[in-house]
Design a protein around this ligand. Structure first.
Ligand SMILES: *Cc1c(COP(=O)(O)O)cnc(C)c1O
Length: 451
């Protein structure tokens, strides 16, 4: 069976190559830009071969009741829209995707928005949206006969890669910036048997080094410059469209680090639109941390036409990236959908995370930028109360328990960082208190907290 229908198109110069021709660093040999997977067949095929929207919608829903592993995956149940393998039998799946879409009733009320939801990608097998991309790209590595895979990572990519490599029986190499990744994520790479190297450099330095290594050795690169990652990461767009019965929400808000995820979700909606499965695109807005905000700066300075790398600083380690690889793809998505790119402060991130937690939806600090960003967009009049808004929560709260504990103990933010936010922070803090082991003392502790 040959399920493979794709080619790679350079995002910069438009050059087209076959998947097998890609260089180990996934950069275009003429212009150095990144590739996108393209399915030229879709528009040219006629009659029975052309995807039928009604039939696809029925088939994808039907697969949720199947006992086949591939059908149970929220990525591969949409495999008609990601024909990247010669044989789908090579797919490596941990039943990723099919993540919950939760209404955010309290935040909606506080913001005066009728319809506010969180798509919780932290509910994936290794606790972040990276699983949806990894099942796709690692399956390609396996099909092409690689024995080693590698990534540079702020943490979640390495956790996802290590798990899928272990399932596939591949060896894997992880390069991480020393002291700058959350323990939960590092522990996952160890648990799944990766070779982990902590380097005395930042994420951007790890990427540079790994690029040199893969050019010299037969190691398959699984950073998000790998275009197959984005094919998996576009599928939450399909799930969201399906959840709204194929009427897309008005606005999607996504955290931005290396900027592949926003690019992928935009591609997902674009393809649904091209195939006639949805009637319009949602606005897609990207939110960065103020200390790692090259794209937000670019939009403020020149409408996102060119980017200046920054030295990245933020406690939201998953988005601590100063020189994002996929910025052009993300900028295109923001432009074509009519979204925005903003940044938010460390205090705004911490408050938003605690507010989501107080709604029962724990997430990583990097995920909470979405709610912080929505507050800003709402205050600037860019989101109407009548709009349907979906926040993409990218990672699970247990990935970085230190962050949460530091916030509630009051040691997360400096005085300068919390300036002007003291009341909001105090209202949300729930530090553990030491009390005597008597009923009276415990009952008294319950009274103190009438917030
Ligand atoms: C990777 C990651 C991000 C950033 O995604 P990009 O594709 O790099 O923009 C945000 N949040 C979490 C939890 C992540 O793991």
């Amino acid at each position: 069976m040959n399920d493979n229908l794709h080619q790679l198109r350079c995002f910069g110069c438009g050059a087209r190559i076959s998947g097998a021709e890609a260089r180990p660093d996934f950069r275009c040999s003429s212009c150095g830009d990144l590739f996108e997977v393209e399915y030229a067949g879709w528009n040219q095929r006629q009659g029975h071969d052309r995807p039928n929207p009604g039939a696809l919608k029925w088939l994808w829903r039907e697969r949720r009741c199947s006992t086949e592993p591939l059908d149970q995956s929220g990525v591969w149940r949409f495999r008609e829209l990601l024909p990247i393998l010669d044989n789908f039998g090579n797919a490596v799946t941990l039943r990723e995707g099919n993540t919950p879409l939760y209404p955010l009733l309290r935040s909606a009320k506080a913001l005066g928005i009728d319809q506010l939801f969180a798509k919780h990608q932290g509910m994936n097998p290794t606790g972040s949206f990276k699983d949806t991309g990894m099942t796709a790209a690692l399956s390609v590595a396996k099909e092409r006969g690689f024995e080693w895979v590698a990534c540079a990572s702020t943490g979640n990519t390495s956790a996802a890669m290590s798990a899928y490599a272990a399932r596939a029986g591949l060896r894997c190499l992880v390069l991480i910036p020393e002291g700058k990744i959350a323990w939960g994520k590092l522990s996952q790479a160890m648990d799944y048997g990766a070779i982990t190297c902590q380097l005395k450099t930042d994420f951007d330095g790890c990427v540079k080094l790994l690029t040199k290594i893969v050019r010299e050795s037969p190691i398959y690169l699984l950073n998000s410059v790998n275009p197959y990652r984005l094919e998996g990461q576009k599928t939450p767009a399909f799930e969201i469209a399906e959840a709204f019965d194929w009427n897309v929400p008005d606005h999607l808000i996504v955290p931005g680090g290396n900027l592949a995820n926003s690019a992928a979700l935009g591609k997902g909606f674009r393809e649904l639109h091209e195939l006639g499965l949805v009637a319009r695109l949602p606005k897609i807005s990207v939110i960065q941390a103020q200390g790692a905000n090259p794209l937000a700066r670019a939009f403020a300075a020149n409408d996102g036409q060119s980017i200046e790398p920054v030295e990245a600083h933020t406690r939201a380690t998953a988005i601590r990236i100063g020189n994002p690889a996929s910025w052009r793809k993300a900028a295109r998505v923001i432009h074509e959908t009519g979204g925005w790119c903003l940044d938010v402060s460390e205090a705004e991130i911490a408050i938003a995370k605690a507010e989501l937690g107080a709604e029962g939806l724990g997430c990583e600090p990097a995920s909470a930028v979405t709610l912080a960003g929505l507050k800003k967009l709402r205050a600037q009049g860019k989101v109407a109360g009548s709009e349907t808004v979906v926040l993409i929560l990218t990672g699970h709260t247990l990935k970085d328990a230190d962050y949460t504990i530091d916030f509630h103990r009051g040691t997360l933010l400096s005085e300068k960082e919390s300036a002007g936010h003291e009341i909001a922070i105090e209202a949300l803090r729930r530090n553990a208190v030491a009390v005597d082991a008597t009923p009276e003392a415990v009952l008294a502790a319950m009274q103190v907290d009438a917030r």
